[in-house]
Write a protein of this length. Structure first.
Length: 267
């Protein structure tokens, strides 16, 4: 019994010693790991510092390279400007030299241009004189035509008045129509035949023609109250001046003008 207790006590002592040794080993391991960690921190810091220095060096090199490139570009620009300025000076000298060389030719050319201008001025003055002369001649002819028109119109009016007086004095027969004077049937002028659409062979008294002409002009819109004014189309068809205008009492002289004009053409 006593032996067994001693054995158990020895076993417990040995196990206790082993536990203490294990704990000591663990403590040593922890200390070692801690030392290793402590020793690795400066190394990591050194590595980081080294990387930062390398990065700064690279940045510095890039900046230096950019500065060098910029300086090269500036130098090239300065060289180009110098070349351009030199070319400008050379061109200016060339132009000046050329002007001196061809001075006499420029004088000759200038005199030639003066002569050409003088000739053109003379030609212009001649054309203006010819134009004024032609214009005076045309105005003179127009005045003469207007005087002839007025004179002819007065003659037409006078002859018409005479015919009306003669017709009023003519004795009428009790049986039958009065076919003398204004009511006398006669060939219709060609212009009125075409304008009124009449039969070329048929004879018409002027009273009937006057009525037909008035109706036609009214249809064309040429009648305006007591006045009649021909539009351009009607004036052209009747071969009258455009803008022809006459009052109501001028209707008979206007009609007679067609007979007078046709008789003058036939003569």
């Amino acid at each position: 019994m006593g032996k067994h207790k001693n054995k158990s006590k020895s076993k417990s002592k040995s196990s206790h010693l082993k536990t203490i040794e294990t704990e000591n080993e663990l403590d040593e391991t922890i200390v070692v790991d801690k030392q290793q960690l402590d020793s690795s921190e400066p190394q990591n810091q050194e590595l980081e510092n080294q990387e930062l220095e390398n990065q700064e060096l690279e940045n510095q090199e890039l900046e230096n390279q950019e500065i060098e490139n910029q300086e090269l570009e500036n130098q090239e620009l300065e060289n180009q400007e110098l070349e351009d300025s030199q070319d400008t000076v050379d061109n200016s000298n060339t132009k000046k030299t050329r002007k001196v060389i061809v001075f006499s030719e420029e004088v000759v050319l200038y005199e030639k241009l003066l002569d050409e201008e003088t000739k053109l001025r003379e030609k212009k003055e001649k054309l203006l004189k010819d134009y004024e002369s032609s214009l005076k001649e045309i105005n003179s002819q127009m005045k003469k035509i207007r005087r002839d028109q007025n004179a002819t119109f007065l003659k037409i009016k006078s002859s018409h008045d005479n015919e009306v007086k003669a017709a009023s004095k003519e004795k009428r027969k009790r049986n039958g129509k009065n076919k003398g004077g204004f009511n006398k049937e006669a060939p219709v002028p060609k212009i009125l035949q075409k304008f009124l659409g009449l039969d070329k062979k048929k004879l018409y008294p002027r009273s009937e023609l006057y009525h037909l002409l008035n109706e036609k002009l009214k249809e064309r819109g040429c009648k305006n109250g007591q006045w009649t004014e021909l539009d351009d189309k009607t004036a052209d068809e009747l071969m009258k001046p455009r803008g022809t205008k006459f009052p109501l009492k001028g209707g008979q002289p206007f009609l007679k003008s067609f007979f007078t004009e046709e008789s003058n053409v036939n003569v």
